[in-house]
Design a protein around this ligand. Structure first.
Ligand code: FE2
Length: 302
């Protein structure tokens, strides 16, 4: 089976150059050309679907089904309830079976406040930096049960990472335990775990499972802005100085066959040659990963 994977589209006209409506058309066209069963987005499609009816209309008219996963920004300016409606999601976490595989969409978009897990909703998490990104215990129990009950190998998808020991989901170890325990009981219960959020391209095999950090379609975010793009671009895109952009859209065609994962990625170059090195920002992230305008192509049999 084949699907088109992409992440961190960040459609935000007037703010970012990234993720245009034309880009979404291109992704849908590519999914049709490649015979994909669906498109799957790993979160941060936009900064609240109510802001961007033009994008929602294109998603709704997609010639190939689209599945979404919530990112921290998707509910920034639209309530969680309305965002789920726009994205046609039954809940933040859900699963579906497709052609011999089970896709489990997880939702670690919760912050801890006085022992309570609170879901991100209209930017309420901004002031809770150190307490962000948790999987609530009920969702961990649900995940364990959904994997155990599956007749098919499972693919986990989340916006924030269960693979990154630094900067990932705070209780990532609990998810890893569930995955490893399921694979111990029944080999290949979980084959692949996918995340977005960090705008990096990385693939790591851990305990026989493929953990895939999926790059953004369009750019990396930088804390300290630069002024290396032409002045008029800053008028058109308010936060372009906080980004280093890619010249071409990054996405991947993923093919699953038995226990083989085949990823056909994309390669681009940095827009105007500007990368983190040219700005007043660290080159590497918390996991030592640099920005590359690439999604690597690999074929792995687990
Ligand atoms: Fe994110």
């Amino acid at each position: 089976m084949k699907f088109l994977m992409f992440s961190d589209f960040h459609h935000y006209p007037g703010v970012f150059k990234a993720g245009t409506v034309e880009d979404m058309h291109l992704l849908q066209r590519r999914a049709v050309e490649e015979g994909c069963s669906f498109l799957l987005h790993a979160g941060d499609l936009c900064h609240g679907p109510e802001l961007v009816p033009e994008l929602m209309a294109v998603c709704d008219a997609s010639p190939v089904p689209m599945y979404h996963c919530l990112g921290n920004h998707d509910t920034d300016s639209t309530s969680l309830v309305r965002t789920l409606e726009y994205y046609h999601m039954p809940a933040g976490h859900y699963h579906f079976d497709a052609e011999g595989y089970r896709f489990i969409i997880c939702d670690p978009n919760y912050f801890l406040d006085g022992g309570e897990y609170i879901h991100y909703d209209r930017g309420n998490y901004y002031s809770h930096g150190p307490q962000r990104d948790h999987m609530p215990p009920e969702q961990l129990a649900w995940l364990e049960q959904v994997i155990a009950a599956s007749a098919h190998p499972c693919i986990l998808v989340s916006h924030e990472s269960f693979e990154r020991e630094n900067g990932g989901v705070k209780n990532y170890a609990a998810v890893r335990r569930i995955v490893n325990e399921a694979n111990r009981r029944k080999p290949h219960s979980v084959l692949l775990c996918i995340n977005g959020h960090y705008h990096r391209d990385n693939l790591r095999i851990l305990d026989g499972v493929c953990w895939w950090d999926v790059n953004s379609t369009s750019y990396d975010w930088i804390e300290n802005p630069h002024s290396l793009y032409p002045a008029e671009m800053y008028e058109e895109h308010r936060l372009i100085g906080n980004t280093v952009c890619y010249n071409d859209l990054l996405y991947a065609i993923v093919e699953l066959e038995g226990t083989t994962v085949r990823i056909q990625g994309t390669q681009s170059t940095m827009f105007m040659g500007v990368s983190r090195e040219h700005t007043d920002n660290p080159v590497f992230d918390a996991m030592g990963r640099p920005v590359r305008p690439t999604i690597q192509s690999v074929c792995i049999t687990l």
